[in-house]
Design a protein around this ligand. Structure first.
Ligand code: FMN
Length: 259
């Protein structure tokens, strides 16, 4: 299955059957980890919790269903904290999510589930790294099917500039990407054959957690942009233009497309 097909099938799965995934599926996803390409060179690690109880036990007492997704298995991503690490975690994790989807396995990013202190008790983390986020996975209670209608912004609501027809599949791939509380923080400015990516910023202190999650969302969005562009025949190069800035937006990076 192509990445574009997987993007269309993917949704956040919050209800799983009790059945653990097959050995061959588990091996395939673990093998895939060796093929993942990161966005930068910040050290990270991917930890599998084949026995999901180790994680879900910690959800006891949590009333909020958004934080409490019970699944047979979980993946945790840890990373060294350095500028760009959250975008990298999003970029890496979404490759896993798309692979899981292609294998017919449901998944859900879980940003609010467990605390660092608890994580340290149940797993060993590589030196200088911290726990960042979880992804739940398992066979979905309701089968995965291509999703034709999603609750999302229209492309013209988050893209400005000359929207070329051949960029539409890429912008649509970004449009359907998952984001924390569906916040869709990406804002795109197109200049000739380049997309400049910005993140919508919030000023309230209560939005601090979301700002952290939104950097992960940006990495997820970049994953959809790059994987889709490559599949439809574009070459991509990522660069940073430090002179770029816009009010109420945080500049993340730029992607140049060529044939
Ligand atoms: C970084 C991140 C964190 C998320 N955290 C949670 C979470 O804690 N609980 C949850 O149920 N869904 C979580 N989600 C899933 C989003 O709510 C979901 O992606 C969004 O509502 C869009 O729906 P869709 O994924 O079905 O397309 C998270 C998604 C992302 C990308």
């Amino acid at each position: 299955m192509s990445n574009i097909e997987a993007m269309n099938l993917r949704r956040s799965v919050r209800r799983y059957t009790d059945q653990p995934i097959s050995r061959s599926h588990m091996d395939a996803i673990k093998w895939f980890v060796t093929e993942i390409s990161p966005l930068n060179d910040i050290p990270f690690d991917i930890i599998f919790f084949e026995n999901g109880k180790l994680i879900s036990e910690s959800f006891k007492g949590i009333a909020n269903m958004y934080s409490k997704v019970i699944a047979p298995h979980y993946i945790a991503i840890t990373s060294k904290e350095a500028p760009g690490y959250l975008e990298n975690v999003g970029f890496i994790g979404e490759q896993l999510v798309l692979k899981l989807t292609a294998l017919g396995i449901g998944s859900c990013w879980l940003g609010r589930s467990i605390e660092q202190k608890y994580f340290n008790q149940i797993s060993s983390i590589k030196t200088n790294q911290s726990y960042v986020i979880l992804i739940s996975f398992g066979y979905a209670m309701e089968d995965l099917y291509p999703i034709s209608k999603r609750n999302r912004l229209n492309i013209e609501d988050f893209v400005q500039g000359d929207i070329k027809e051949n960029f539409m599949p890429i912008l649509n791939a970004l449009r359907i990407a998952p984001s924390a509380v569906n916040s869709q923080p990406w804002r795109i400015f197109i200049e000739k054959n380049t997309m400049h990516l910005y993140m919508k910023t919030k000023n309230f202190i209560t939005e601090k957690l979301l700002a952290r999650m939104n950097l992960i969302d940006m990495g997820i969005g970049i994953c959809h942009i790059i994987k889709c562009a490559e599949e439809i025949g574009f070459k991509t190069s990522i660069f940073k233009d430090t002179t770029l800035s816009k009010r109420n937006l945080k500049y993340i990076l730029s992607v140049k497309f060529s044939n």
